[in-house]
Design a protein around this ligand. Sequence first.
Ligand code: GTP
Length: 514
Amino acid sequence: MDTTTLIVIIVAVVVVLAVAVVAGIVLGRRRRIDLSESEEITTKSDSAQGGGYQAGGGISLSSGAGATTASPRPAEESDGERTEEGKPGIGDDAAVPRDAERQGIVDVELPEEPAATTDETAARVPEQEAPAEPETAAEPETPPEPETRAADQSAATDDTATQVPEQSAPAEPAEPEPAAPEIAAPEQPAPEPAAPAEEREEIAPTSGRLERMRGRLSRSRSTFGQGLLGLLGAGDLDEDSWEEIEDTLLMADLGAATTTEVIERLRTEIASRGVRTADQARALLREVLVDQLGPDMERSLQALPHGDPADGGKPAVLLVVGVNGTGKTTTTGKLARVLVADGRTVLLGAADTFRAAAVEQLATWGHRVGAEVVRGNEGADPASVAFEAVSRGADTGVDTVLVDTAGRLHTKTGLMDELGKVKRVVDKRAQVDEVLLVLDATTGQNGLTQARVFSDVVDVTGIVLTKLDGTAKGGIVFQVQRELGVPVKLVGLGEGPDDLAPFEPGAFVDALLD
Ligand SMILES: Nc1nc2c(ncn2[C@@H]2O[C@H](COP(=O)(O)OP(=O)(O)OP(=O)(O)O)[C@@H](O)[C@H]2O)c(=O)[nH]1
């Protein structure tokens, strides 16, 4: 073999090797997930994301009779995120140690002393702490001492309010059918049934609210949409990447148990489905997150009357409960608007007798939609006001009675007893169709602790998660439902009168990932 032939052979071998290397690189790149390929980004109208969500869906209302709540998993299967002692604590942090002991729902010990220093929510409304300790709360069976009536009834600003005379709630449990307390003849001003129709405010249509307000979830969206999809789309997912994804989910308050399940499912599905494109990664993430939100849970609001109220039917009764400052009164007012917009008649019960401003606030909401308000004096027995509101609602034939209760720390045994009493007393007059627990989404893990205690005391049937517009921790929705098996039914997305939307898992996840 001469030199020329040798050179030709060497050149040929080099060329073949070069072609092989280039082909290898190209194939390798194709197998990566790259979210920067704009043409592959899925739009929300893409049928692949359907999931049954109707962005135009309104708040679904139903009658309490026969409605059931489906739970995605039994509560005892849930894995709580705990402090080192393995017990729920006030202000639990989202960053849970991975080796934290898992456990289901546990009884929370209710300390005697307020946890105001560690409870953000309580700290927000400090003035409520002082009057929150009347002995009547600790001794719910004892009628409260008669108190001096607030100086001047004419201070009331709402014409439609009906004043409940000062009295204790009907005794319980000795009298199964307590006599309805009389309505005091108000002095000044005379009560009016409702504001004239022409004075009432326009109410935004309930349909399509979540769609219209999806921008309000922008803080949570930056975690999920940019954070999570960015990580998933970074290509080779090594152990460091998975850890980052895990941290991101924990920071968004999904909780350790949900996070572990999400990660495991993503890892399995990415491998088995051969996820390679941005579209596929997004669709998979959406599917996994929606599944975690229990899409089959019953979320309609049991706010429709039992039969025709004009023909002996009974109004639906909803109790609104929660700790201080979560947005109970605001939510009650917003809900009244939703019902009025649906053509329903509503009566509001102002059973927050600790804070005069709360009563005025509710009266204003009522006036704006022409709903009558039953109110008590500051310091009156809230059970009595609630009872009277339900009685009045039944007598006047309204469709729905909404009872706003005072904010109370879940750690205050006496106040929780008092709440239990409110429900038991109302139960004697009419069936309570919904107990809505209002949770402030910005308080994160503390909301969970509250939810457990409230659920124990008053059998919560639905969660309203407020202030989702002001937090990056929208993942708390996942935890609340998982731990309690109680559906999030409504979400508060702002301070405006119509900033209340139905919670729909598909739409919610879409809003987070867009
Ligand atoms: N950003 C935002 N603010 C809200 C939302 N819901 C309620 N708020 C605000 O939260 C504050 C407290 O609301 P309230 O309705 O007075 O709370 P509350 O639970 O009735 O308070 P207490 O009766 O004192 O326990 C008010 O400033 C509301 O405007 C929401 O969804 N988003």
